[in-house]
Design a protein around this ligand. Structure first.
Ligand code: NDP
Ligand code: GDR
Length: 346
């Protein structure tokens, strides 16, 4: 039975990937960090269900800033595949916590790679969760594997180090190490402070009358949004190739934050009309009530205005086609948040 170790298993991608690998027959180990409140809501069904009971799914305490915990877990589990998904993953927060972000997102991957190397785990394959944020101030449209990077946040700069240290360990030590340069991917279990989930959650509550309005930052930002469930399968596929390589995963379609609001409203059978410009822009409902407005608190010191991926390489070599459309993604998220808002109401 193949053994996989997932860092960041309690996050959005970690939860989908754990479920995917377990369904493929893997023994899965996950690293969770100690928190004062429970942080396993996304994977409790796996921990408490058959996989947990039969020992196929096990959690270990560890932290990306703590080499000894990472080394111990690697020594104990001797994984065939390591998926490094753990990160301080919020771009805006990285401006407030740049040093911690560098520690977990840049040095964290180095700690894992070093531990794999000096433990002599020669067969272990390594996946690094790289990001479209590396392109930042874009140098080419659409962005592909060869597009120059220009990171625009402490998060992206930390991820730039992680990208190159992964390439370096592949070249220097012959490790099977890959970067998945994934564009934004969302789902009903997306963190609630990322813009997509913030929108679907707020509109569902506004529809039920339990929230007044939604405040957003830059509504002109353009993103290439896919579904997390589809993207984790590509992480796995990258580690099943004959030779290690780096791949862009994206849909090749771009929408603005405002488009996302409109799509979510449509999925919830609501009407929103936008008027005004800049800080004065508002979205009104069918009765003319302002339910969306701009709050400069959500602007970033440096913004990534536009991202659009070209996943031709993944299409050719991994057989990638994005299975979920933008409309289906938004509808799935909106419906899940409406159901949750109804439960909260009860
Ligand atoms: P999430 O924020 O949902 O999950 C991040 C995970 O990392 C959580 O399990 C979190 O734990 C854990 N974590 C954070 N800091 C530490 C630490 N110091 N030690 C151990 N664990 C830690 O992110 P996603 O699932 O969305 O993303 C997964 C990875 O992919 C991240 O590295 C992200 O940067 C990257 N990425 C994401 C994209 C996306 O659109 N989702 C696109 C491209 C890259 P806890 O639950 O306790 O907070
Ligand atoms: P991003 O995702 O920064 O692309 O990083 P996020 O959803 O946070 O922002 C997307 C765009 O929306 C704009 N925006 C807002 N963002 C948030 N969070 N809240 C708001 O109120 C708001 N209003 C407008 C942002 O300015 C931005 O332009 C995500 C993370 O998952 C990273 O870890 C990952 O690497 C990248 O996607 C690819």
């Amino acid at each position: 039975m193949a053994v996989a170790l997932i860092t960041g298993v309690t996050g959005q991608d970690g939860a989908y990937l754990a479920e995917f690998l377990l369904s493929k027959g893997y023994e899965v180990h996950g690293i969770k960090r100690r928190t004062s409140l429970f942080n396993t809501a996304r994977i409790d069904h796996l921990v408490d269900g058959e996989y947990g009971k039969s020992g196929k799914f096990t959690l270990h305490h560890g932290d990306m800033t703590d080499s000894s915990s990472l080394t111990n877990i690697l020594m104990k589990t001797k994984p065939d595949e390591v998926y490094n998904l753990a990160a301080q993953s919020h771009v805006a927060v990285s401006f407030e916590e740049p040093e911690y972000t560098a520690n977990s997102d840049a040095l964290g991957p180095l700690r894992l790679l070093e531990a794999i190397r000096f433990l002599g785990l020669e067969k272990t394959r390594f996946y690094q969760a790289s990001t479209s944020e590396l392109y930042g101030l874009v140098q080419e449209v659409p962005q592909r594997e060869t597009t120059p990077f220009y990171p625009r946040s402490p998060y992206a700069v930390a991820k730039l180090y992680a990208y190159w240290i992964t390439v370096n360990y592949r070249e220097a030590y012959g490790m099977y190490a890959c970067n998945g340069i994934l564009f934004n991917h969302e789902s009903p279990i997306r963190g609630e402070t990322f813009v997509t989930r913030k929108i679907t959650r707020a509109l569902a509550r506004i529809k039920l009358g339990t929230q007044d309005s939604l405040k957003l930052g830059n509504m002109d930002a353009l993103r290439d949004w896919g579904h997390a469930r589809d993207y984790v399968e590509m992480m796995w596929l990258m580690l099943q190739q004959d030779t290690p390589d780096d791949f862009v995963i994206a849909t090749g379609v771009q929408y603005s934050v405002r488009d996302f609001v409109q799509a979510a409203a449509k999925a919830l059978d609501m009407e929103i009309t936008f008027e005004g410009e800049g800080l004065d822009e508002v979205g009104k409902d069918a009765n003319g009530k302002v339910i969306v407005s701009v709050d400069p608190r959500y602007f970033r010191p440096a913004e990534v205005e536009t991202l659009l991926g070209d996943a031709s390489k993944a299409r050719e070599k991994l057989g990638w086609t994005p299975p979920t459309s933008f409309e289906d993604l938004v509808a799935e998220m909106a419906e899940a948040d409406l159901a949750e808002a109804r439960r909260d109401n009860v």
